[in-house]
Design a protein around this ligand. Structure first.
Ligand code: IYR
Length: 229
């Protein structure tokens, strides 16, 4: 059997070797309960903007990034790169650069309609969480470059990976926030990444501050999000 997962073949059509699938075996009688239990865990996830400086337990970031990397991706290109910032100087640099973009966003670039939509959340250009959270993960899409093939469905693939990342960190008791400074080009310099990589999420990770508050928002009921035909 091919050991390296490179496609097999010598001519124009290359195919992966196949291996027997090893499915998860969940008894049908337990399926609903397991789905509900996972729902109850995920339903408690909240986006957190106030972090404590409590350190992260060992190994969690690595497992979360491994889990994110199990996401399906267009043509299996796996077009993601997760840059983990923990050094205080680097986080300060990130915060200063992000706040400069955000001042432009809130002061000039955002439309009145967008600012009105954000107003209930009370967000503003100040981003202290980029320094207080013990780690910040900057997620990059990897586009075609000297060492990377052309990706397909890049946004979708990276979005799924980030969903798994957030779910794993939550499951491990950690809070996150998907911060989206715009535009994000400055992140290549802050994170030492080449031009073919384009940042799409900035994710502080940590324990919530003891006095953290979150907005009292609610999820849409099933009948508003699900249609059966
Ligand atoms: N990038 C800004 C604005 C912002 C935009 C959306 I859409 C949000 O849901 C929240 C914030 C910021 O991070 O403050």
């Amino acid at each position: 059997m091919d050991q390296n997962n490179e496609p097999n073949g010598t001519s124009a059509t290359l195919t992966y070797p196949t291996v027997p699938h090893r499915p998860m075996t969940v008894p049908a009688a337990e399926a609903e309960e397991r789905a509900r239990a996972f729902h109850d865990v995920m339903a408690r996830r909240r986006t957190v903007r106030d972090y404590s400086d409590r350190p992260l337990p060992d190994g969690v970031l690595e497992w979360a990034i491994r889990t994110a990397s199990t996401a399906p991706s267009g043509a299996n290109v796996q077009p993601w790169r997760f840059v983990v910032l923990t050094d205080p100087d680097r986080k300060r640099l990130l915060r200063e650069a992000a706040e400069a973009e955000e001042r432009e966003f809130y002061g000039r670039r955002a439309s009145a309609e967008w600012l009105e939509a954000l107003a209930p959340l009370g967000t503003d250009p100040s981003k202290p969480f980029l320094e207080t959270a013990p780690a910040v993960i900057v997620v990059f899409e990897v586009h075609k470059g000297p060492h990377s093939p052309r990706p397909y469905y890049t946004k979708e693939s990276v979005g799924i990976a980030v969903g798994l990342l957030l779910a794993t960190l939550h499951q491990a008791g950690l809070a996150t926030l998907t911060h989206t400074p715009s535009p994000m080009r400055f992140l290549n310099e802050v994170c030492d990444r080449p031009d073919e990589e384009r940042a799409s999420y900035v994710i502080p990770v940590g324990y919530p501050a003891d006095d953290a508050q979150v907005p009292d928002i609610h999820r849409k009921p099933l009948d508003e999000v699900m249609t059966r035909i």
